[in-house]
Design a protein around this ligand. Structure first.
Ligand code: HEM
Length: 180
């Protein structure tokens, strides 16, 4: 994944636990990178190793790390560094989610080696919809949940999240029922 994702892990850890903890996380992860370059692609294993090391270092489950990273990604990384892209995604939560299937197209223009997630939207009603998530990666469902709660906070629109077909879909895809 592009360096900006690893940088988000770094910023999250430093913000919540301080610089020393980040150094400990890096050491534990075995990732031997002095600093991450946002616009450079890194092996996915780097991101997974860092996330695992955060969980072990601060003694929380990996799912919580991924959830926190998702919220951080929306509320800090995206909002502060890519604000105009976010704004272009919609003026309220529903608009943003309806636009999500094409959202990363524009990001691919900036980061041409992006391997983006795929989203599909169905069952749209006034106060909810179903978001279908498909990935070429494993283990990012909790990250997506965090992203969705981050968007909920960004748009000040409380949501409830269900997974109507959890068992059928495996780990690289999911269906989220989102209601607000
Ligand atoms: C302006 C804001 C955003 C930027 C710049 C951005 C950029 C990226 C980048 C660089 C990656 C790593 C993929 C790679 O390097 O191959 C990624 C992954 C991902 N993004 Fe975004 N993104 C943004 C907002 C969002 C939002 C709002 C969502 C909401 C659901 C989202 C969902 C995801 C997911 C789920 C992944 C993991 C990839 C996978 O599942 O395989 N992103 N994004």
């Amino acid at each position: 994944m592009y360096g900006l994702v690893n940088k988000a892990v770094e910023e999250l850890v430093i913000d919540k636990f301080g610089l020393e903890k980040w150094e400990a996380v890096k050491k534990r992860s075995g990732v031997d990178v002095e600093f991450f370059i946002s616009s450079e692609p890194y092996d996915d294993e780097v991101t997974y190793a860092l996330a695992n090391a955060v969980g072990e270092e601060v003694d929380i489950p990996l799912s919580e790390v991924m959830h926190a990273l998702g919220e951080w990604w929306v509320l800090k990384t995206a909002k502060e560094k890519y604000g105009s892209l976010l704004v272009a995604g919609g003026s309220n939560l529903k608009e943003f989610l309806l636009h999500l299937p094409v959202f990363h197209n524009r990001i691919s223009l900036i980061y041409p080696r992006l391997t983006p997630p795929e989203f599909r939207v169905t069952h749209v009603v006034e106060n909810g919809l179903r978001l279908h998530y498909y990935s070429k990666r494993q283990g990012l469902k909790e990250f997506v949940r965090g992203l969705l709660f981050g968007l909920s906070k960004l748009y000040e629109t409380p949501i409830t999240l269900t997974e109507p077909f959890d068992e059928a879909t495996g780990d690289s895809q999911a269906v989220f029922g989102i209601a607000w």
